[in-house]
Design a protein around this ligand. Sequence first.
Ligand SMILES: N[C@@H](CCC(=O)N[C@@H](CS)C(=O)NCC(=O)O)C(=O)O
Length: 213
Amino acid sequence: MKLYGFFNSSASYRVRIALNLKGLSAESEGINIRNGLQHSAEYSSINPAGFVPTLEDNGLRLGQSLAIIDYLDRRYPQPQLIPEAAVLRARVLEFSYLIACDLHPLNNLRVLRYLQDESGLDETRKNQWYAHWIADGLGKAEELLRRHDGGEWCFGNAPTLADCCLIPQLANASRMNCDLDAYPLLNAVAAHALKHPAFIQAAPERQSDYVGS
Ligand SMILES: N[C@@H](CCC(=O)N[C@@H](CS)C(=O)NCC(=O)O)C(=O)O
């Protein structure tokens, strides 16, 4: 198994957590998206979308972190990260999509670069944009947990896809100096998760391609 990723990429971080939780080891290849390597001819032939991560497994080549984790869950079911029970599954996906589909794309590297390079936003305005969408998304995530939470993890007493999405997003927000005080439930889950070896080992600074934030 091989994972193409980038140490600071939260989508890659989600998959690293899932692999670790399942006890799977994958060869890791860093694609430096700060230097534009996601657009190189070589990587484009691997993932035409120009995003990390990409997983290779048994002849399969797959992009999109949530699709990758869903694949891993089917192929290597233990422990299950996307629950079977209808309501719990729906809650986990609702929370995960809020982060992965609504929040994360607005603050992606290509969007931030476009805002600076094409729309002329200076560093301060760009950071305001970033912080605005973090506050919007994390505020909604906090409210979902307030309504439906009930355990040490986002949903219940075992980690799920929701935790795989939350922890990397909080790490990114923290790296960008966003104020996280308004999210006590998210912070409590993070404090718990960051004691778990699967989450500790998936951290950006533990990756072989780490070059500093
Ligand atoms: N929906 C995709 C998003 C992947 C994504 O946005 N990856 C970022 C890093 S976290 C990336 O490759 N960005 C490159 C760019 O913006 O040019 C997924 O979940 O895998």
